[in-house]
Design a protein around this ligand. Structure first.
Ligand SMILES: Nc1ncnc2c1ncn2[C@@H]1O[C@H](COP(=O)(O)OP(=O)(O)OP(=O)(O)O)[C@@H](O)[C@H]1O
Ligand SMILES: [Mg+2]
Length: 378
């Protein structure tokens, strides 16, 4: 906007037009089926892990599985690897989020429908029976050289993922899961751990870009240490610094130590990350804070700006701004077609903030309003 040197009304109008365009685009664009998400621009490290994924194509096992705790970088690694593997899989590279950690994980039958549509089967030709869907799917994959990325597999019994695995042939599956999925046999496994301290510092410096040079190196090391090598925590801390140029890394180190005491509701493993969230939350405007914590009552895995406006009790434009701010800070992810979602650890954090800020009666009314708004929408 500044570059265009538009002032006052002209500038405002342009923003509105851009927003209108965005809205129309969101409603008009069909959520593309099974498309691989964009890789992150500042992917850092993971050399050994990328070598492991590059061997996926010629490995004897049809299935490769990446496991690790929340926010450890499983999806990021899988997406990066799948992009690199594209030339080896001329039959296509497909990606599905199985929503394993959400209250409503994707069922195998629904996912098979998606995959069959993507593989070119017409809607009316897709069998009703899940077992039949699976056999059509396997026969299609047998003749192809395709890679299917199954992100966020969740079910304990593996029944969510088993029907989605290719049979014999050249197609391969790459699964990510927080759980070990011990019931899956004959699978290549990679346990994804934290980044080493030097890699974590590098990751943080990558997010900070040119401004990293301004910060004391020792403070960057300390921040990397505070995040225990967990990339999600590094991302949130990094975004926090980028969005508040007046703050330097050393000041943030001191604040993080403080914040840690306030978040003892989190389990030990999640504490670092909650601390990182707390720092970002504090920086939000009151309105964005309200929208953020109230979105914790939305029962579905994702939502749009209209729903954010309802729960936050704000006009649509304000909801757009709040959502933009939340995405910038890494507190929300934007998914396809104008929809947003929480990382589930962030949702838990939002829930705690909601409980601290609003009375049980308010929360109950809010939950009812969100459910009603969701029902009228869909
Ligand atoms: N190698 C990396 N380089 C740069 N950023 C990374 C890297 N790995 C992960 N990240 C960042 O860390 C965050 C969390 O990563 P990701 O979503 O892949 O974790 P996850 O293990 O899939 O978590 P979940 O179990 O919740 O699905 C993302 O913001 C991502 O951009
Ligand atoms: Mg993931």
């Amino acid at each position: 906007m500044e570059a265009l040197a538009l002032e006052g009304d002209a500038g405002k109008q342009l923003v509105e037009l851009a927003r209108d365009g965005r809205l129309r685009d969101h409603w008009a664009r069909p959520a593309s089926l099974c498309e691989l998400p964009r890789p992150v621009d500042d992917f850092t490290g993971r050399a050994a892990e990328l070598a492991w994924t590059s061997e996926l194509e010629c490995a004897e096992s049809v299935v490769s599985l990446i496991t690790g705790s929340g926010g450890m970088g499983k999806t990021t690694l899988a997406v990066r690897a799948a992009h690199a593997l594209r030339p080896s899989f001329p039959g296509g590279v497909f990606f599905v989020d199985l929503l394993g950690m959400s209250p409503r994980p994707a069922t195998a039958a629904d996912t098979l429908w998606l995959l069959l549509r993507t593989l070119g089967v017409a809607d009316e030709e897709i069998p009703d029976d899940a077992g039949e869907r699976a056999s059509v799917y396997r026969s299609l994959l047998r003749d192809r050289h395709a890679l299917v990325v199954l992100d966020n597999a969740g079910s304990e019994e593996e029944e969510q993922v088993r029907p989605l695995l290719p049979g014999d042939g050249a197609s391969r599956a790459l699964i990510t899961a927080r759980r070990l999925l011990a019931g899956l046999e004959g699978v290549r496994r990679l346990a994804l751990g934290p980044h080493s301290p030097s890699e974590a510092t590098e990751l943080l410096a990558g997010i900070l870009g040119v401004r990293a040079a301004r910060d004391q190196e020792s403070a960057l090391h300390q921040l990397a240490e505070l995040s225990e090598g967990m990339p999600l925590a590094l991302r949130i801390i990094g975004n926090r610094l980028v969005s508040r140029p007046g703050w330097d890394a050393a000041a943030l180190v001191a604040r993080l130590a403080d914040e840690e005491h306030r978040l003892d509701q989190f389990k030990a493993g999640d504490l670092k990350i909650a601390t990182a969230f707390g720092m970002s939350y504090e920086q939000l405007s009151d309105t964005a804070q309200r929208v953020f914590r109230r979105l914790a009552v939305v029962p579905e895995s994702d939502f749009d700006a209209a729903l954010a406006a309802v729960v936050g009790e704000v006009p649509m434009e304000v909801a757009w701004d709040a959502l933009d701010e939340l995405v910038d800070l890494g507190l929300l992810m934007d998914s396809v077609a104008g929809r947003y979602r929480f990382h589930d650890l962030v949702r838990l954090f939002a829930r705690l903030r909601l409980e601290a800020a609003e009375s049980p009666a308010e929360r109950e009314a809010l939950t009812a309003r969100a459910a009603q708004a969701y029902a009228t929408q869909s």
